[in-house]
Ligand binder design. Structure first.
Ligand code: FES
Ligand SMILES: [Fe+2]
Length: 447
């Protein structure tokens, strides 16, 4: 007797069956969004805070993901002293903190009936406790519920699943690769966000390839022709890891080479590129590098000597200022991506870091955040607790961000149109996107 194949367990709606094609519904389906909430965001390691947000014992900052809220609390000095508590009073669920602040007297106090907790999560006080039965006052029962915590690159990662894989297994491969860049030494210069009318993946994917630079960012592509598109120069090829992380190491600009723009010297290309990034992002290239570059432009340096001279001057400046810059080698630039939602574009001891999350339980809205970070001077002292600016409207961002945001918005409009079924991807140029979708599905398939 013929039997039809039994339906697969944990079938994923709109799953990836061909790595080069991404079903459109993954960017707007309510069912897919719900599955991501349940199987991805509730189980994956994700960045909840920068360490600068909780410098002193008693400091806290709130992290929200979908309908979940966590309080990231500094209980003691050092990485071990960081806790992540589900933000709900053990009495009647009142949220115990909002935004950023400090628990004075090292006590977490519920604003409703005044129950209190020590910073280690143990209960310290129940008002008029004689009115409760002993079981309700059990010490373990009263403890604040905790999520898992990991620290890497001056960032606090959390996992809502207490049965999750160890943080070291999750971050292992990519941490080693990104280590030479020196993220742990970088501190926040500014931190802004925008609410975009686009799925979180749509927004993220605008930053997981450089293939769009030719059309979307004229100030960066400078008229480079189709035949001159060179993935090696743009930041590829990409190495993708099984955890979903990825990275790339472009050809080291410090060694010169040929400009991707016909008729333009590598030195001119390099200078224009720095200018475009400084004015267009104020993060990848900063005042510091512009100062060094300007100093050299005032001397008459031949083209072929300009880039080595820039790096020499930059490192001399850094030594003088006590800035512990990473080596100017291939591994200090390029792309870094930590699954599922963190992307780095580092250069010169700076980086842009992007984090994207769904917004207000809407599959078609996201919070897109940008941290501009930099290795500070030796005498900089402890930075202020960074404050999140915004939401900054799209049109008020520097040029290059604006160009990216506009495309994300246009894409989210297009994704609904009749006859559009799948995104098509280049497995070479868009390898990080391909890998990210595949790993999302491995989470969604788990029971
Ligand atoms: S809800 Fe927190 S003490 Fe009552
Ligand atoms: Fe871009």
């Amino acid at each position: 007797m013929a039997t039809s194949a039994a339906p697969r367990e944990n079938a994923v709606p709109f799953e990836i069956t061909d790595p080069k094609r991404v079903p459109a519904q993954r960017y707007y389906s309510r069912a897919f969004h719900e599955l991501e909430k349940e199987k991805l965001w509730s189980r994956v390691w994700q960045v909840a805070a920068r360490l600068e947000e909780i410098p002193r014992v008693g400091d806290f900052t709130e992290y929200t993901i979908n309908d979940q809220s966590l309080l990231i609390v500094r209980e003691a000095d050092g990485d071990e002293g960081i806790k992540a508590y589900f933000n709900a009073c053990r009495h009647r669920a009142t949220a115990l903190g909002t935004g950023t602040g400090t628990f004075h007297g090292k006590q977490i106090v519920c604003p409703y009936h005044g129950w209190r907790w020590n910073l280690d999560g143990s209960n310290s006080y129940v008002y008029a406790e004689r009115g409760f039965t002993p079981a309700c006052l059990d010490k373990d029962f009263l403890r604040l519920r905790e999520a898992k915590v990991g620290v890497w690159g001056h960032m606090v990662f959390v996992n809502l699943d207490t049965e999750c894989e160890p943080f070291e297994d999750f971050i292992g491969g990519i941490a080693e690769i990104l280590e030479p860049i020196g993220f742990d030494r970088m501190r926040v210069r500014w931190w802004k966000h925008v609410i975009l009318p686009g799925n979180w993946k749509m927004a993220q994917e605008a930053f997981l390839e450089a293939y769009h630079v030719m059309q979307a960012h004229p100030s960066l592509s400078m008229g480079a022709a189709d035949e001159d598109y060179d993935l090696d120069l743009q930041g590829g090829p990409f190495e993708c890891l099984p955890q979903g992380h990825a990275h790339s190491t472009p050809a080291p600009v410090s060694e010169g080479g040929e400009s991707p723009v016909k008729g333009m010297s590598m030195a001119d290309y390099f200078i224009q590129f720095n200018n475009a990034l400084y004015f267009g992002t104020d993060s990848y290239t900063t005042e510091r590098e512009m100062f060094v570059q300007q100093g050299l432009l005032e001397k008459d340096i031949p083209d072929e000597e300009f880039i080595p001279a820039f790096f020499e001057a930059l490192y001399e400046y850094a030594r003088g200022a006590g800035i512990d810059l990473p080596a100017p080698a291939t591994e200090t630039t390029g792309y870094g991506h930590i699954f599922p939602n963190l992307t780095f574009l580092p250069a010169y001891g700076n980086s842009i870091i992007y984090r994207v999350r769904p917004f207000e339980d809407d599959p078609e809205k996201c919070v897109f955040e940008v941290w501009a970070v930099q290795i500070p001077t030796a005498d900089a002292g402890d930075p202020e607790r960074p404050e999140l600016e915004g939401p900054v409207p799209v049109e008020e961002w520097p040029q290059i961000f604006k160009e990216d945001y506009r495309n994300i918005i246009a894409q989210q409009r297009g994704i609904h149109t009749k006859g559009f079924d799948d995104m098509v991807l280049s497995e070479r140029y868009e390898a990080m996107i391909v890998n990210s979708h595949a790993v999302i599905d491995t989470y969604l398939r788990r029971p």
